[in-house]
Design a protein around this ligand. Structure first.
Ligand SMILES: [Zn+2]
Length: 271
């Protein structure tokens, strides 16, 4: 059994390394799976169900915390490999310091579009992913586009604005059904799990979402088009923007927000 699991991990590791490296897996290669392990898609379904229950407050924050931790530790184990141990914080930090690791998440825009003059829109204190009744924090960066008439078409190009993946990862969950009048603040959102950083990116307020749960996306790949979905984002007083959050998964499987401002400053730009 344990030999089986070990060899399974090695195979998953190789596949991840290949995916992260951006090389196509030859179609003749077959990934052998331990049938007792949930598939990656099953993790996506669990995540999506849990996140919906948290939002609808049909689960207590304590049970939500336990379930989240189980899902994230399971996912982390699925992606674990000898080559890049996800718990190696030194390696993770050096990756994050490398500007080339990240792609700026809005095509045609630069760090000048980040809200505030030095990224002070980030307020991590008091954030609780599992209790949506707790408000007041903003563990995220808002990045704005030129859209004076609020039709979420870029005033300069006359085109919709692409939201891009900041790093490569697995699309864990999406929302596509937000309607005006809904009190949900994220609107149409996307969660992407980056196994190299062992963290989650959250992209909110999109108009249309271009990816599906279980899909692997490369850094810089289009995820969505920017929109004004979400309870507050839809209001006239809110300029059109992307709400970008990153949650680092701690060794206990629970999330901790990290300010993405320095990563955004050094990220590669896409025209
Ligand atoms: Zn925001």
């Amino acid at each position: 059994m344990s030999t089986y699991v070990t060899s399974f991990m090695r195979i998953v590791g190789v596949v991840v390394a290949v995916l992260v490296g951006g090389i196509n897996v030859a179609s003749s290669q077959v990934v052998i799976r331990n049938s007792e392990e949930p598939t990656l898609y099953a993790y996506c379904q669990q995540f999506q169900t849990l996140y919906t229950r948290i939002r609808e407050q049909t689960i207590t924050p304590d049970s939500a915390r336990r379930q989240f931790s189980t899902i994230m530790l399971g996912l982390q184990a699925r992606f674990q490999s000898q080559a890049s141990p996800p718990n190696d914080s030194l390696q993770r930090d050096s990756l994050r310091r490398t500007g080339q690791y990240f792609v700026f998440p809005i095509r045609g825009y630069t760090p000048r579009s980040i809200g505030g003059s030095h990224g002070e829109g980030y307020r991590g204190r008091g954030f609780d992913l599992f209790d949506h009744t707790v408000q007041g924090s903003h563990p995220a960066q808002d990045i704005f586009i030129s859209d004076r008439n609020q039709d979420y078409i870029d005033d300069r190009s006359g085109q919709p604005v692409d939201i891009l993946a900041m790093s490569s990862g697995l699309v864990l969950g999406i929302e596509t059904g937000w309607l005006p009048g809904s009190e949900y603040r994220g609107g149409n959102w996307i969660w992407v799990y980056d196994p190299r950083l062992n963290g989650l990116f959250y992209y909110a307020h999109n108009s249309s979402v271009s990816v599906s749960p279980g899909q692997w996306v490369q850094a810089g790949e289009k995820l969505a088009e920017m929109g004004r979905t979400g309870y507050n984002a839809y209001k006239t007083r809110s300029p059109t923007h992307l709400h970008l959050m990153y949650l680092q998964i701690k060794p206990n499987g629970l999330p901790e927000p990290v300010n993405t401002y320095p990563w955004l400053l050094s990220a590669r730009l896409s025209k």
